[in-house]
Design a protein around this ligand. Structure first.
Ligand code: NAD
Length: 476
């Protein structure tokens, strides 16, 4: 929990104005404070402050100056580490070790990573021959896009927000960020850290509130916003793309997924089971990269399913769904799946005999026996649910894994090196893992194909999106 109320941060000033939206603790369903909903006028002021800051002292900061301030922001996150962890856990209900081992360290790493990358960025140049023999020198400079809107979801609130804010600032843009209305607290702490780190007023702004008909829509539709970086549901992406299209603003989208895993009979069974427990049930399945459908080669199907069920039943200390509405959506899928297929493990709401019975928990669930076009196999559930299906040939499983509207991530479990290199690149996804899951190097391209996203984040890919190359040609 935050010691002070959740506030907006506009033009260097904290502000708690706006109708309150109630916050609910997903662990027990109790009231957990409120978040102010920014008015359209405040969103307009935030964009105005960001536009003004583009012409202020920020414009003269060198890449080295910007790298330094990014490191200071990372230092500030690390100094207030415990407060960040507590706020992230209070908003999301996620287990303490998840926030302490992943979310908050990764947020600091996002700033350090882009600060360090800046140091190694050069500019391109070309010598061009001319008829007079003296030639011309072309060189490319990179300029910021301008005011960037960052809109982020509730599942990894600070991690995903900083994954965009850090490269946007690194490349000299100004930012107006809007976190999810369900998880606003760590963004507010970040604004405090940024205020202390010495960024000029208006370079980073934060507004809270909902999406459609509220801060999210007003921000992404604002004519003063030059680019939109968004992570969230694919349907929301469609709406935001339409808004950005009206003024031809560039977009970077990280959207939903229905990630497949493939386990070949030659895989190390125990490693594949342990990896699948992680890939299906981390953060109770509320990570965009989680495996929701797993294809297991027929000779090991029974053995694999048996071990996965055993391990999933042992899971303790898992967190809740973000809200009652999301829990009900997940349970809706499970109820229908129980009628049309088979529930091997879980399938309902757990009973703890303590305050968690008022929260929004769903048991880790293993399903099987559903057709490929069943909603539980085709639609993103975003809960602790994995569907197992047997397969017979490599060609068949590639066809099934590549079907459907999404293409974010996939896992391949095999002991055959040649097969690994054959199958992984043949998957229609942006990210494939072989014999592991969610092993991340922040310099690598991250993103999805089809309905899972547009563009890539990570390393130079982010720095390229948030800056515009310009060519200067000098006749010699
Ligand atoms: P969401 O799309 O409902 O909301 C995301 C953000 O967009 C929130 O801040 C919300 O207020 C805002 N928003 C909603 N409607 C809007 C509108 N009309 N205009 C402007 N802003 C609007 O998504 P969610 O439920 O918060 O997050 C879960 C989804 O995010 C899942 O689909 C998940 O797969 C996806 N996700 C993708 C990645 C990735 O990297 N590909 C990572 C995490 C989550």
């Amino acid at each position: 929990m935050l010691s002070s109320p959740v506030r907006h941060y506009v033009g260097g000033v904290f502000d708690a104005s706006g109708d309150p939206i109630p916050l609910v603790d997903p662990v027990n369903g109790r009231s957990a404070g409120e978040v102010p909903s920014a008015s359209e006028e405040l969103v307009d002021r935030a964009v105005g402050a960001a536009r003004d800051a583009l012409r202020g002292p920020w414009a003269t900061w060198s890449p080295a100056d910007r790298a330094q301030v990014l490191h200071r922001i990372a230092d500030g996150i690390e100094r207030r580490f415990d407060a960040f962890v507590a706020a992230e856990c209070a908003d999301t209900g996620k287990p303490h070790e998840l926030a302490a081992d992943v979310d908050i360290p990764r947020a600091a790493a996002n700033f350090r990573n882009f600060a360090d990358l800046l140091a190694g960025r050069g500019e391109q140049s070309w010598h061009t021959p001319t008829p007079d023999g003296r030639g011309a020198l072309n060189y490319t400079v990179r300029k910021p896009l301008g005011v960037v809107a960052v809109v982020s979801p509730w599942n990894l609130p600070l991690l995903l927000l900083t994954w965009k804010v850090a490269p946007a600032l690194a490349t000299g843009n100004t930012v107006v960020a809007k976190p999810s209305e369900m998880t606003p607290s760590t963004a507010c702490l970040l604004a405090e850290v940024i205020a202390e780190a010495g960024l000029p007023a208006g370079v980073f702004n934060l507004v809270h509130g909902g999406g459609g008909g509220a801060a999210g829509q007003w921000l992404t539709e604002h004519p003063g916003v030059d680019a939109v970086a968004f992570t969230g549901a694919s349907a929301t992406g469609t709406t935001i793309m339409r808004a950005a299209a009206a003024r031809l603003a560039p977009i970077s989208f990280e959207l939903g997924g229905k990630n497949a895993g493939v386990v070949f009979a030659d895989a190390d069974l125990e490693k594949a089971v342990a990896g699948t427990v992680r890939s299906a049930f981390t953060h109770s399945g509320q990570v965009c990269l989680c495996t929701e459908r797993l294809y297991v080669e027929r000779p090991i199907f029974e053995a694999f399913a048996g071990r996965l069920v055993e391990e999933s039943r042992k899971l303790r200390g898992y967190g809740p769904m973000i809200s009652a509405a999301h829990r009900d959506k997940v349970i809706g899928h499970l109820t229908r799946a129980a009628t049309d297929g088979e529930v091997l493990a879980g399938g309902g709401v757990p009973r703890f005999g303590d305050e968690r019975d008022g929260g929004f928990f769903v048991e880790p669930t293993v399903l099987t026996g559903l057709a490929e076009d069943h909603p539980a196999v085709r639609e993103e559930i975003f809960g602790p649910v994995v569907h197992l299906a047997p397969f017979d040939t490599e060609e068949e499983v590639l066809g099934r894994a590549n079907a459907g509207p999404y293409g974010l991530a996939a896992t391949v479990w095999t002991g055959d090196l040649a097969r690994a290199h054959r199958v992984a690149p043949a998957l229609d996804v942006g990210i494939a893992w072989v014999n592991t899951w969610n092993l991340r190097d922040l310099r690598t391209p991250f993103g999805g194909v089809k309905a899972s996203g547009i563009g890539r984040e990570g390393g130079d890919h982010s720095l390229d999106f948030f800056s515009e190359p310009m060519n200067v040609c000098v006749k010699l």
